[in-house]
Structures are given as structure tokens and as C-alpha cells.
Design a protein around this ligand. Structure first.
Ligand code: ZN
Length: 475
């Protein structure tokens, strides 16, 4: 029987604030366990939360960038449950009145038409601490450094129909959050985490099937694999006439399968109620407007601008705007005088080849430096082959292109007098080839040019040599 796959996503994104959301502790990742804690984020009785203004501003940026409807008043609620990494035994979150509702994100899965994914809501909440399990002994430790770090949760409507669409959505959302500097998007460090609700229903049936919540997928690849596994598992159960039990399942990377974790709770199991320690969050129009005016250009708009302003193909513009840092870098290289098409090609081939995908291109080579090299290339001072050599030397030594060219004598010989002299000597030494060329064997042009390149150790201008061969041998 054929089934329709229905997927909704909940993404937790860590807000890029210096301090936690309800106290002044640092959010620095990777410190000694429990180095960044205080009575508030340790849940000591009598301590009181104070809302971080910057966290609200960042959450608002995400709301505006996804065209969400901002609620003029939102409320913080307590979500009650016990777990050792949650010292208050409740998480401060938002339920009935979140920061915003609605909103949408356009996705473009590879080789498929674009699609609009509706958002249900974006709300603000705090993160829990972390349990560290000792591999040698049956002991777990608690690290509260992450406890009380600000998050937003972005919840979609069940609009996603395949693992490919899910991955496209996650990429688009991560781009938006990274571009707007709301979140660093780092999945390995847990700054961008995704849970998926997935169910199957027979084609044409209106009622949704029983949903399974999938957790613990900390890379795009695992998200895809977990969903593929779960679709196959649910299809098998349904085909046999079985029923799906509502539960939470974890992706087990080692076993390559999902494992049941617990029967899934509903919202009422958490006994949400408004947090009496926090006032309702009122956002005045001027504050919202100010955030809107300072919203950075979004990835889709930037890609379109790159196509129009720099005459780049959609593919090239997509690669160059795939990260905000790379897009900034491209504009700095062209801003420093390099030709846009050449700059785009060099960044996509030479520069990306020597850097890790998450690396900052500015750290690999300052943009003015790459621009300097590309100007020498387009002005004909050096050939393409030489430019690649110089580029490698620049990476190795950190020197400027012009300095390397002059120090290592790499300048291209474009002096036609000097080149004519070299060619004349070659013609004299190879009279039979000259006769054959004159008789119509045009291919021999490459033979003469090759010899001249060899004699000049690759420094002659090959285009000019080609012209000179034609001219000197009367073609
Ligand atoms: Zn604290």
C-alpha cells in the first residue's frame, strides 16, 4: 500500500548572546565543567531570573527574518519535569503566548521544485545542563555550564514530505539564523539541534497517522538516515496491519537504527503554568521596528543580488552565498578591485580547495591579497598557470602576490620584441616544421609555442606567442 509521509520539525537554536538568558553567567562553550554557574542557573531557592534584552532582540530577528507574526505580549511559562540536568525541576519556556506565530521558509530541495514550509511558532526558552557519563564506571556527572543558555525553538507545521525536504529546510533555516547572527549554526556543539515528528498515512486519508518523535540527530546526514529508517520501519508495521505506538525514539549512530526511548508525553503532562517570577514580555512597536531596520540581508536576497550585480550564474551565486563569511569575502575581493567573474571562479576552485568547509576564508588569505593576485592575472602580468603557483606561495609564506612575483622573477614576458627574437631562433632551428606549418599543418603552432614556453621557463605570454607565430609565418 502507498503511504504519504508527514513530517514536522522542532529546531532548537542557541542564541548568540555573551551571557545566559536569565543571569549574567558566560555562555562560553568548552570551559571547565560548572565554571559558568550562579544561584540562578543552579536553581537555588530564592534566586530570581532577569530577562536578557539581547536574547529577545535576537529571537525577534529570527521572527522577522521568517515573516512571522509577532505577538505584542508574550508570556513565559514553567514546563515541569524532573531530570538531573534541570536543577529547578522546571524549564522556563513559552506555551500559549509565544514570541510569534505563523511565518514561512522557502526551501529548494536539489532537483525538485521550491516549496513554502509554514511555521507554527517561534518561542524563547532556556537550555538545560548536560550529563556526562563516565565510560569506565557506572557514574554520571552534571555540568551546568549550558543550564540557562538562551534558545529559540522553531516549530513547523507538518508540511514536510520527505527526508530530502527536511534537509533542505534545515539548511535554509540554518542559513537564515547564521546570516542574521542569531545562532552560530554549529550542530556538533549542539547550537542547532533538530527533533522530527514523523507519521505515515494512506494516500488520500485526511486523518494524520500516529506520530513518532525522533531525537539525537546531530548532523544533516543523521537526520536523513534516521528519517529514512523510520519511514521504512513504520511502513513495515502498517503493511502487516500493526499499529504505531506514540513514542520518542533516538537515532543510534552505531547501530544505524532508531531505538524506542519512552512513550511520548503530551503538553498537559508537563503542567505548564505562567512563571510568577517573570512579567509578561511586552514589545513596543519602536523596538520591533528598530530590529527590523537593522536586519542583515537574507541569504535568498543576497544570492539574487549576486546574480544581478555581478552577472554570476545561479549556481555560482548559490555557492558564494552558502555562508555569510564567504559572501562577505567575495564582496571584499571584488571591492578591492578584482573582476567579479574571476574572483568567483578563484574563490570556488582554488580557495575552497585549501580550506575546511566551516573555516573562515579571511583566516586563509586576506581578501585584499587575493584581489592583488587577481589584478596581476587580469592585467596580463602573470599567466593563469603562474597565478596558481603564486597563490600556493602566498598560502605558504603569507606574502603579497606582487612581492612573490618580483622576488621569484615570475613576471610574464609580454615584450613582443623579446618574444619575436625567441621565436625567430626556434624557426631557424626547425626549418622543416616551418615549411609544414606554412603548407597548412596549423597544429604545429602549438609545437613552436611549447618550445618558447620551455625556453622562458613558462613565463612567456602564451596568447601573445600564438599571435606572433601566425604573424611571423604569414598566416
Ligand atoms: Zn548563572
Amino acid at each position: 500500500m502507498g503511504y504519504e509521509v508527514v513530517i514536522g520539525l522542532e529546531v532548537h537554536a542557541r542564541l548568540l548572546t555573551e551571557s545566559k538568558i536569565f543571569c549574567a553567567c558566560s555562555t562560553h562553550f568548552g570551559s571547565e565543567p560548572n565554571a559558568h554557574t550562579c544561584p540562578v542557573c543552579l536553581g537555588m531557592p530564592g534566586s530570581l531570573p532577569v530577562l536578557n534584552r539581547k536574547a529577545v532582540e535576537l529571537a525577534l530577528r529570527a521572527a522577522l527574518a521568517t515573516e512571522s507574526r509577532i505577538l505584542p505580549v508574550s508570556m513565559f511559562s514553567r514546563k515541569n519535569y524532573f531530570y538531573p540536568d534541570l536543577p529547578k525541576s522546571y524549564q522556563i519556556s513559552q506555551l500559549e503566548m509565544p514570541l510569534c506565530q505563523g511565518g514561512r521558509i522557502k526551501i529548494q530541495p536539489e532537483g525538485r521544485p521550491g516549496k513554502l514550509i509554514r511555521l507554527n511558532r517561534i518561542h524563547i526558552e532556556e537550555d538545560a545542563g548536560k550529563l556526562v557519563h563516565d565510560p569506565a564506571r557506572p557514574v554520571s556527572y552534571v555540568d551546568y555550564n549550558r543550564s540557562g543558555t538562551g534558545l529559540i525553538e522553531i516549530v513547523t507545521e507538518p508540511d514536510l514530505g520527505s527526508p530530502e525536504e527536511v534537509v533542505a529546510y534545515l539548511k535554509a533555516l540554518r542559513d537564515i539564523l547564521v546570516y542574521t547572527q542569531v545562532c552560530d549554526g554549529n550542530m556538533e556543539e549542539g547550537s542547532f539541534r533538530c527533533d522530527a515528528n514523523i507519521s505515515l498515512r494512506p494516500w488520500g486519508q485526511e486523518k494524520l497517522g500516529t506520530k513518532i518523535e525522533l531525537k539525537n540527530m546531530n548532523s544533516f546526514r543523521f537526520v536523513q538516515k534516521a528519517l529514512e529508517y523510520e519511514i521504512a520501519r513504520q511502513r513495515t508495521v502498517l503493511d502487516r496491519g500493526g499499529t504505531i505506538v506514540q513514542q520518542t525514539r533516538l537515532w543510534d549512530t552505531a547501530a544505524n537504527r532508531t531505538q524506542a526511548m519512552r512513550e511520548k508525553e503530551d503538553a498537559h503532562d508537563y503542567r505548564y503554568f505562567p512563571d510568577p517570577d517573570l512579567l509578561p514580555l511586552e514589545l513596543d512597536a519602536a523596538f520591533i521596528e528598530n530590529v527590523r531596520l537593522n536586519l542583515p540581508e537574507l541569504p535568498a536576497a543576497r544570492k539574487l543580488r549576486f546574480q544581478n550585480d555581478y552577472q554570476l550564474s545561479a549556481y555560482d551565486a548559490g555557492v558564494l552565498t552558502s555562508s555569510r563569511l564567504l559572501a562577505d569575502y567575495f564582496e571584499q575581493v571584488t571591492g578591492a578591485g578584482a573582476d567579479a567573474k574571476t574572483a568567483g571562479n578563484w574563490i570556488m576552485t582554488e580557495l575552497l580547495a585549501v580550506m575546511n568547509s566551516e573555516e573562515d576564508p579571511h583566516a586563509v588569505m586576506p581578501p585584499e591579497r587575493l584581489s592583488g593576485l587577481l589584478r596581476l592575472l587580469t592585467q596580463g602580468e602573470i599567466s593563469g598557470a603562474m597565478a596558481k603557483k603564486v597563490f600556493a606561495r602566498m598560502i605558504a609564506t603569507g606574502k603579497e602576490a606582487a612581492l612573490i612575483v618580483s622576488q621569484e622573477g615570475l613576471k610574464q614576458v609580454s615584450d613582443s620584441g623579446a618574444l619575436e627574437k625567441i621565436l625567430q631562433d626556434i624557426f631557424t632551428a626547425h626549418p622543416s616544421q616551418v615549411e609544414e606549418y606554412k603548407a597548412g599543418k596549423d597544429k604545429l603552432s602549438g609545437f613552436f609555442v611549447g618550445l618558447a614556453m620551455k625556453q622562458t621557463k613558462g613565463q612567456a605570454n602564451p596568447a601573445m606567442l600564438n599571435e606572433l607565430v601566425k604573424k611571423m609565418l604569414g598566416k
